[in-house]
Ligand binder design. Structure first.
Ligand SMILES: Cc1cc2nc3c(=O)[nH]c(=O)nc-3n(C[C@H](O)[C@H](O)[C@H](O)COP(=O)(O)OP(=O)(O)OC[C@H]3O[C@@H](n4cnc5c(N)ncnc54)[C@H](O)[C@@H]3O)c2cc1C
Length: 461
């Protein structure tokens, strides 16, 4: 198989996973070409808050947080009820801290520990990191600038459409398509699929995640699953295709993700009648289904001035403030009128939370109230349940190398981020907060480093 030109490492997809893989491969000394189908890189990464969980980081050490890879590994196994690949979980847990520290120290990524994102929803330690005041869109722009500075070649408006393999299963080259429909092929020594997940592909969601098939999708349309299908087409196995992150607090109609801090600081959810329906602190992802089950598939989050102030530093909070999105009221009767709920029912919901807070016992939904429930000047925002991103994909080993169904590795094919199987178990209840970007950064780095290995260079036949 011959090509007009050939590049040692090709990376398809310019989200967080692809960008980090490209930086890692470049740092390892390889010549790298990154392909992104869009004219401007955006991806699901830019829709995110850019937060990632990582264990044993320099920022945690500075803050005196006692955490390490083994603790994150244990949290992953507990959250997934033991139903994830322990080899991958360990690689991710142990690799997350070094990946973030490398991006901070070698590439100047201005991430630090988010000390206001409490250890919750399955994390036993304070380990969510981010860029204060910035979102995932800023993170992605930063990474693309950094790639350009480091000499990564980037081709925008170049969509990977085919993999060209030889009889051994080795990927010899790829075909890309330009916006006008023109196609060209080029050779590569190794290929990293970082094309995101498949939540934007309705047919794939219906096939693999039927319980979320009718949920509103709130991710990037580029997550159409093509990379996953191409990887499967050359022999890659698929794993945990039923895994995904749902979210129960997408504001409606604003379409802004309400940060989990609104719950962790003391907010709670009620339905259109003003009635509580679940323990909001139990599961950041699986709560999507109780929300979808409410009248109209919607709910209201009830909070107060204190909670609003505690979350004011978060980018999305500022967006909602600028939109003047919250309904405001001086007491619960006024708030019930403002949201069309039954005043007695809403009052009961507040009383239930306060009684639990004072007694130290769980409320009617099983929630323990260490935090103070809403009081005084109240606020409400309407929210809906939505599918955010998928967590299943190509089966990979601990270096991001794609596996066949028999467990053997494909010679030179890697996957990371949404294109690869993550560590969230088989469904929506295994997702730990900020695991999407953790997977993108950590597996991106591991896959990029492995793809740059010189022994992957093919002979010139
Ligand atoms: C609203 C929202 C908020 C979120 N917040 C968080 C958060 O705070 N923390 C967290 O950990 N996770 C969060 N997530 C999940 C997180 O954003 C994703 O897990 C992560 O961004 C995936 O990164 P990625 O690089 O794999 O995918 P993407 O960022 O989607 O990048 C994939 C890229 O590949 C391109 N592409 C696709 N197919 C091709 C092709 N055939 N050829 C060339 N290019 C292609 C796409 O255009 C895209 O640019 C959130 C998700 C959503 C929807």
């Amino acid at each position: 198989m011959t090509f007009d030109y050939s590049i040692p490492v090709v990376i398809a997809g310019g989200g967080a996973a692809g960008a980090v893989a490209a930086l890692a491969a470049r740092d390892a000394g390889a010549d790298v070409l990154l392909l992104e189908q869009d004219a401007t890189p955006y991806g699901t990464t830019s829709m995110s808050q850019g937060l990632l969980c990582a264990a044993g980081t320099a920022a945690q050490q500075q803050a005196g947080i006692d955490d390490d890879g083994e603790r994150l590994f244990a949290d992953i196994m507990e959250k997934t009820r033991g139903q994830t690949d322990p080899v991958l979980a360990r690689a991710l847990a142990y690799g997350s801290g070094p990946a973030l520290d490398w991006l901070v120290s070698a590439h100047g990524l201005p991430y630090t520990l988010d000390q206001r994102f409490k250890a919750a929803f399955g994390h036993s330690r304070l380990r969510v990191h981010g860029w204060p005041g910035h979102s995932g869109a800023d993170t992605l722009q930063f990474l693309h600038r950094r790639m350009a500075e480091r000499g990564v070649d980037i081709l925008y408006q170049a969509r990977l459409v085919d993999l060209l393999k030889d009889e051994t299963g080795r990927v010899r080259g790829i075909t890309i398509e330009r916006p006008g429909g023109e196609r060209e092929s080029l050779g590569c020594d190794s290929l990293v699929l970082a094309t995101g997940g498949f939540a934007g592909n309705h047919d794939m969601v219906r096939t693999h995640i039927p319980d979320a098939a009718d949920a509103h999708y709130h991710g990037h349309e580029g997550s159409d699953g093509l990379g996953i299908r191409l990887g499967a087409g050359v022999g890659g196995a698929l794993a945990d295709m039923g895994a995904y992150q749902g979210y129960g607090m997408l504001t409606n109609p604003q379409g802004v993700t309400l940060p989990p801090g609104f719950i962790l600081e003391g907010g709670f959810l009620v339905n259109a009648h003003g009635a509580r329906f679940d323990n909001e602190t139990a599961d950041i992802s699986a709560i999507v289904h109780p929300v979808l089950a409410q009248p109209g598939g919607k709910a209201w989050i009830i909070f107060d001035e204190r909670i609003e102030a505690a979350c004011a530093h978060i980018h999305e909070s500022a967006q909602l403030r600028e939109l003047n999105a919250a309904r405001r009221a001086a007491d619960s009767a006024e708030l019930a009128a403002a949201i069309g709920a039954d005043p007695a029912t809403l009052d009961n919901a507040l009383a239930d939370a306060w009684a639990a807070h004072r007694s130290g016992k769980p409320d009617s939904q099983g929630r323990l109230w260490a935090e103070t429930p809403p009081q005084g000047n109240l606020r409400a925002l309407r929210v809906r349940g939505a599918l955010y991103h998928t967590q299943g994909g190509l089966a990979i080993d601990a270096t991001g190398q794609v596996l066949r169904a028999d467990g053997s590795t494909l010679p030179n094919l890697f996957a990371c981020g949404g294109a690869a199987r993550s560590v969230s178990g088989p469904s929506c209840w295994g997702y730990l907060p900020a695991m999407g970007i953790c997977t993108a950064f950590t597996l991106g780095r591991l896959a990029g480093m492995a793809a740059a290995r010189s022994d992957l260079a093919s002979s010139s036949d």
